[in-house]
Write a protein that binds this ligand. Structure first.
Ligand code: 0GY
Length: 291
């Protein structure tokens, strides 16, 4: 593990917020354990172990029923730890994989059978090397045939350059962490308003109203991030999902308490009807659709 790695919170508080029945933690990861699922040689960080058992324990403790596990960049394109967790979850977890240009339809179908429902395209330079847009488009055209969607991770300053590419993607798109706004600039700054406009103009674009701990300048309880999540939830109640981001890769400022993160939901989604959509109806539509 990296010398400055912060291990996830050992004993988070019990949330004050009572989650609706069937709530989904729709953004979380697992790391290793490395002796069973070694980290990828091309990784940009080496985390602590944070395996499926810990994740499922946290799910139950916080009051969630289901997880969506997103392949972490430290595992590169080897999705074995993810698949293993999905298979062990008794149908209570779905996955977002990372795949390369040579992935075959047979491999994708096998992942689908395990519970994968999408791929992630990552544009954050400190996490991954560049992938040509044609490679992503080619993957997009393969996975759309399975009804999967695409999760994209980028930072606010990169949206302008990425927008034409996002418009070419043929599936539902889910943007990680609200497009990572610089919260010091406020909700009215053109960068964040560009993201709002993007969602207004493209009905296939959803947002994860996640990671106040990552975006906050002030730290817990993340007052400076509330307006950002609240604005997106209020404007796009049917296209938002939420997740803990456990085990919180690359946090440097502090170790977030997952119970405090859950309590933050009541500030960005103050109405019960909003929370029902954010935590249950929307993620269920995306990851466990009724046939
Ligand atoms: C997140 C954010 C980060 C890391 C990863 O897959 C990853 O390594 O997503 C980050 O460092 O900002 O969504 O967990």
């Amino acid at each position: 593990m990296d010398a400055d790695w912060l291990i996830f919170h050992p004993n988070p508080k019990k949330p004050d917020l009572k989650l609706p029945a069937g709530a989904v933690d729709a953004h979380c990861h697992i790391f290793g354990p490395a002796d069973t699922f070694p980290f990828a040689p091309e990784r940009k960080y080496t985390p602590c172990d944070a395996g499926k058992d810990k994740l499922f324990e946290l799910r139950d403790f916080l009051g969630f029923e289901r997880n969506v596990i997103v392949q972490a960049t430290c595992h590169g394109k080897d999705n074995s730890a993810l698949i293993d967790a999905l298979r062990a979850s008794n149908g209570k977890a779905r996955g977002i994989a990372t795949v390369g240009p040579n992935i075959t339809m047979d491999e994708l179908k096998e992942m689908h059978e395990a519970g994968v429902r999408g791929v992630r395209f990552n544009f954050v330079k400190r996490l991954v090397d560049d992938t040509p847009k044609e490679v992503f488009l080619n993957i997009a055209n393969k996975i759309k045939t399975l009804g999967w969607h695409i999760v994209v991770y980028f930072e606010a300053q990169d949206l302008k350059d990425l927008e034409p590419f996002l418009k070419e993607l043929p599936t539902t798109i889910v943007v990680d962490h609200m497009g990572r706004p610089d919260v010091a600039k406020g909700v009215n700054h053109p960068d964040f308003q560009s993201f709002i406009r993007l969602m207004e103009e493209n009905k296939n674009i959803w947002a994860k109203v996640t990671c106040p701990e990552r975006l906050s300048v002030q730290g817990p309880p993340y007052d400076d991030v509330v307006d950002f999540g609240a604005e997106i939830v209020a404007r796009f109640p049917d296209r938002v999902i939420w997740g803990t981001d456990w085990p919180h890769p690359n946090m440097k400022s502090h170790v977030p308490d997952d119970g405090i993160l859950v309590d933050h939901i009541s500030r960005i989604a103050p109405a019960e009807a909003q929370r029902q959509k954010l935590l249950v109806d929307n993620p269920m539509r995306l990851y466990w659709p009724q046939k």
